[in-house]
Design a protein around this ligand. Structure first.
Ligand SMILES: [Fe+2]
Ligand SMILES: [Fe+2]
Length: 184
């Protein structure tokens, strides 16, 4: 995996920064959800946090030949209030990635013929759509002061696809077999 063009490299670094912060933010919100009596929503945050780590790692690996220091501008959501607002932050972050950030990064990678970056962005944006849906479901319940059900969450180790209940035979985004999915 590698990248040659400066613009795609900048977008990979920014996406790496954004995913890294999302990974951390979801762990903070998981701890808060646990403390507030929503252990299943806490597990959702942990599962999705792991998926964001997969995305950050994928972007980092595409950049492996870009050795050196960089100051990385990247979007991040801030706030630690109540579970409904924390989930709104999660939804906003995911929707920003789905509607604004990744479509632009993806088109740039395509335009510049950066196949590895294109794949990494594609995996991330497709997985984020499922994250947004899961957080919306969680928020609907949290608004009624209810937790999610005690179902397991599964995360694809290749693309970060996240699903509640049962993993599919093959990942719908990257095709990896279900035995490799990680349970939360
Ligand atoms: Fe996500
Ligand atoms: Fe996958």
């Amino acid at each position: 995996m590698s990248v040659k063009n400066a613009m795609t490299a900048d977008f990979l670094r920014s996406a790496y920064g954004g995913e890294s912060m999302a990974h951390m933010r979801y762990l903070v919100w998981a701890e808060a959800a646990e403390k507030d009596g929503f252990p299943n929503i806490a597990r959702l945050f942990r599962a999705v946090s792991h998926a964001e780590w997969v995305h950050a790692k994928n972007h980092f690996k595409v950049l492996k030949e870009q050795v050196g220091d960089n100051t990385v501008p990247a979007g991040a959501v801030f706030g630690l209030t109540n579970i409904v607002e924390n989930l709104q932050g999660a939804i906003n972050g995911e929707l920003h990635e789905i509607d604004q950030m990744y479509p632009v990064y993806l088109e740039t990678a395509r335009f510049q013929g950066e196949k590895d970056a294109e794949k990494s962005f594609h995996y991330a944006v497709e997985a984020e759509k499922h994250h947004a849906d899961l957080f919306q479901k969680a928020q609907g319940l949290a608004k009624e002061n209810k937790d999610m059900e005690n179902n397991p969450f599964y995360v694809c180790p290749i693309c970060g696809f996240t699903v509640e209940g049962e993993p599919p035979e093959k990942c719908p985004i990257c095709g990896v077999k279900k035995e490799l999915f990680q349970e939360f």
